[in-house]
Design a protein around this ligand. Structure first.
Ligand code: GLA
Length: 394
């Protein structure tokens, strides 16, 4: 049975009726290949959408509410369309409420509906389960608002921005645009080279002849991630404000080249803020070099840049932590693994590695065994296929 049929069956069990008016929409999680903590500094990122997703079955109603349930959670929420601002503190459903709230403020028509979520992106693993939830919600609302004649046909970049805004203003996480953009705009077998300053982008084919992208889930849940994330962001802002004494025209850290940084880094008073800026500026360079390397089929060079990114995130940005460091170390110790790094915000979550086809089985069993021996936690591995972005499943 296809995922579409399965979710429609589950939907009918829960909400009744038949399948004739039930529609299915889907939006994926993402893995960032390189370019970490650069998006909110106007920098470059290089994510790919995953095949794991948030898929919803949905039916229009006239209840005045958006009712939401999930296949794997007992929680049920009913969002009153007249009171969308009131759900900020609910545990599950606040991302959906945030998107509906922000879109209502922006003039979208909010249709009453019943929704069932089926989420296959592991939660809290740094693979953007929240962006997947947000973008699919935005897509449903935009589609219904368009059918009502209130707004135009959904524009996926616009939906990514609205989803990001919901996370910033409603959920209190000052995240950048990368996750929602990748979830909205992903393309099968491609990564997205995105310039977060102006949102110009290019799809890059992921032809890793003889290699696979392997995600390693440390199964160490992120802790205090939100406050530390927001703290990193303000450290970058502080560094920028001091570098601006030399480069007043710089609008974000990405506008400062590595050479300019070396000439003027003493303007940054605080050592920690200087380290944060150094990471961001050199990480932007690594993204540019990675795209070049992949376009030349130089997968080894790409792998080396990924490993350099991890070291910088560990030593300068300080967002890795023992579990991610151990998994990267064990990964790089396996013959056939040519690059490995943490992916996402850090503080727990996942690594991403480039592994030769012939070494895959050995990689998964050895890294699994060694990581467990050192941490006491059983990890999980996913061999990644880049998937498509948000869409209605016809
Ligand atoms: C989280 C945020 C993104 C990005 C990454 C770090 O995933 O949501 O916007 O900042 O962390 O690169």
């Amino acid at each position: 049975m296809t995922e579409k049929k399965e979710i429609i069956n589950e939907f009918i069990k829960l909400y009744g009726g038949d399948s004739s008016d039930v529609r299915v929409f889907s939006s994926p999680g993402r893995v960032n290949l390189i370019g970490e903590h650069t998006d909110y500094n106007g920098g470059f990122v290089f994510p790919a959408a995953l095949s794991q997703s948030s898929t919803v079955a949905v039916r229009k109603t006239d209840t005045g509410c958006i009712r939401i349930a999930a296949t794997d959670l007992p929680d049920r929420v009913c969002l009153d369309i007249e009171k969308l601002g009131d759900y900020r503190s609910i545990k599950w459903g606040n991302y959906q409420a945030g998107v509906a709230y922000v879109m209502q403020q922006e003039g979208y028509y909010i249709q009453s509906c019943d929704i069932l979520y089926n989420d296959t992106v592991p939660f809290g693993a740094g693979l953007s389960s929240s962006a997947a939830i947000e973008v699919v919600m935005a897509l449903v609302i935009a589609q219904f608002s368009c059918e009502k004649g209130v707004t135009d046909k959904p524009n996926m970049i616009q939906l990514a921005k609205l989803s990001q805004k919901a996370e910033n203003v409603y959920c209190g996480v000052n995240c950048g645009i990368m996750d929602q953009f990748a979830s909205a705009m992903g393309r099968k077998n491609h990564a997205i080279f995105l310039d977060c300053k102006d949102l110009s982008f290019k799809y890059v084919p992921l032809d890793l002849n003889g290699y696979k992208i392997v995600i390693g889930n440390t199964n160490k849940k992120r802790s205090l991630a939100e406050s530390k994330y927001n703290e990193r962001r303000s450290q970058c802002e502080e560094a920028l404000s001091q570098l601006k004494l030399a480069y007043p025209e710089a609008e974000c850290l990405r506008d400062i080249t590595a050479e300019q940084f070396e000439d003027s880094k003493t303007l940054i008073i605080d050592d920690v803020c200087r380290m944060r800026a150094e990471h961001v500026i050199y990480e932007c360079d690594r993204v540019l070099k990675s795209v070049e390397a992949l376009e030349k089929d130089d997968i080894r060079a790409f792998g080396n840049l990924m490993t350099a990114s991890h070291i910088s995130l560990r030593d300068l940005y300080e967002v890795t932590g023992d579990h991610l460091d151990i998994m990267v170390e064990e990964s790089l110790a396996i013959e056939g693994c040519i690059g490995s790094r943490m992916t996402g915000a850090g503080f727990g979550g996942c690594t991403v590695s480039i592994v030769a086809d012939y070494a895959l089985d050995n990689f998964i069993s050895e890294v699994g065994k060694n990581y467990e021996a050192r941490t006491g936690i059983i990890p999980a591995f996913y061999v990644t296929e880049a998937g498509d972005g948000g869409r209605e499943i016809m």
